[in-house]
Design a protein around this ligand. Structure first.
Ligand SMILES: C[S@@+](CC[C@H](N)C(=O)[O-])C[C@H]1O[C@@H](n2cnc3c(N)ncnc32)[C@H](O)[C@@H]1O
Ligand code: SF4
Length: 388
């Protein structure tokens, strides 16, 4: 897998959304549903095929550089469904020989049994949602796997795929710095390639949101959350897993190409319920989003050949803001010339000087702007001040 430059026009990611899970985790606001009856995979395959051919007709002549099966829980899909979707993508667009093909997996023992099939189907990277390394927290997070199962699944994935991400959620209820230091240290005994380490956020319309609103769930206050973030940087740095993005850490050359595509604001097409796309058509940037409800999506695809609910041409300011918001999450930061081209004006130089003087951003070369370590600790406010 080769990491192309952030300015390359040859990058093209495809995201495939599988919207079902065994159970709904109380913190999760992703488009995930617990199926009430057996899922008819043939029906879904037909619909995915229609969307791939629809998007390939609208956005032709592309070679796919990364594919990501996300969810929901894609490790509930059969390997033959995954393989058939890959075949369709290959026949409509073409897949680069070095493409990164990731599947998000939940680590129950049943799902781990499918790893070999995914690998045979063409998947070369997995992202394993381990989330916590103690039984009490796994239960509180509504997870369907034990610590033992999760670690066994991770080890099996590491033997099956060249690249594997070890994913945890931190800043969980009642978590202390000492506890997290111990847990992350344990995780680093296993993780060798990539880690996604997300701080728990309380999202509207989740069970955690209701509990939090009623004062029944306490999560770390800002100071503690920052201390947990600092420990995360300290331990992952020491282990050689550099934070190439604010919540994602990788060994040299093991960054996720697909996620880099989003953060670098390059082209990607989403297929499946609730998927999004950002695609250039000539000098226009088109944003697409699909119906979220799986039943409605299937119905629309059957009727129209696609499940696109909204289609919008993004204006220059919108594009520049999205680019800034995503790009400053990256260690490499953003290219200022590209910002100016998208916004049709340069980024405000006074804001840049003020934030640089305060130590929150730095100019890496005359064209590149990056958040410093201090800036990353308060990234949202840095971006808000730059975007004015
Ligand atoms: C939506 S999940 C899909 C993958 C898989 N189903 C799983 O649960 O691991 C993708 C990632 O989102 C993260 N995530 C979901 N909701 C979150 C929240 N409220 N706060 C922090 N991370 C969250 C989890 O860490 C998970 O690894
Ligand atoms: S966190 Fe993963 S398993 Fe849990 S509901 Fe969300 S998508 Fe499903």
């Amino acid at each position: 897998m080769t990491i192309l430059s952030d300015l390359s026009d040859d990058v093209f990611g495809v995201y495939v959304h599988w919207p079902f899970c065994l159970a709904k985790c109380p913190y999760c606001d992703f488009n995930s549903h617990v199926a009430r009856k057996m899922i008819d995979e043939d029906l879904f395959l037909e619909a995915y095929r229609s969307e791939i051919s629809h998007l390939a007709a609208l956005f032709p002549d592309k070679k796919v550089t990364s594919i990501f099966f996300g969810g929901g829980t894609p490790s509930l899909m059969s390997a033959s469904l995954v393989g058939a979707i890959l075949d369709e993508i290959a026949s409509r667009w073409g897949i680069d020989d070095k493409a990164e093909i990731t599947l998000e997996a939940n680590p129950t023992s049943v799902e781990a049994k499918r790893f070999k099939g995914y690998q045979t189907a063409g998947v070369n990277r997995t992202s394993i949602g381990i989330q916590a390394l103690n039984a009490t927290d796994l239960k509180a997070l509504g997870r369907q796997h034990t610590v033992g199962e999760a670690l066994a699944a991770f080890q099996l994935a590491s033997r099956t795929f060249k690249r594997v991400s070890f994913d945890l959620i931190y800043a969980r209820p009642h978590q202390t710095v000492t506890q997290w230091r111990h847990e992350l240290g344990q995780a680093l005994d296993y993780a060798h390639d990539h880690m996604s380490l997300y701080q728990l956020t309380i999202e509207p319309a989740t069970a955690y949101y209701d509990l939090y609103a009623r004062g029944k769930l306490s999560i770390p206050e800002d100071d503690l959350a920052l201390a947990l973030y600092d420990v995360t940087q300290e331990l992952t740095d020491a282990a050689g897993l550099n934070a190439y993005e604010i919540s994602n850490h990788a060994a040299e050359g093991a960054q996720s190409l697909h996620n880099l595509t989003y953060w670098r604001y390059q082209d990607y097409a989403g297929i499946g319920p609730g998927a999004h796309s950002r695609l250039r058509l000539g000098n226009k940037k088109i944003a697409l989003s699909h119906h979220r409800d799986p039943g409605k999506w299937l119905e629309e695809v059957k009727k129209n050949g696609h499940g696109i609910a909204d289609q919008e041409q993004l204006g220059s300011i919108e594009q520049a803001q999205e680019f800034l918001l995503m790009g400053l999450r990256l260690e490499e930061g953003i290219n200022l010339d590209r910002y100016a081209a998208l916004a049709e004006q340069p980024l405000n130089s006074e804001n840049i000087s003020d934030l640089a003087e305060e130590g929150f951003i730095e100019l890496a070369d005359p064209c590149r702007l990056k958040a410093t370590a201090a800036g990353k600790r308060v990234l949202n406010s840095v971006i808000a001040r730059l975007a004015i």
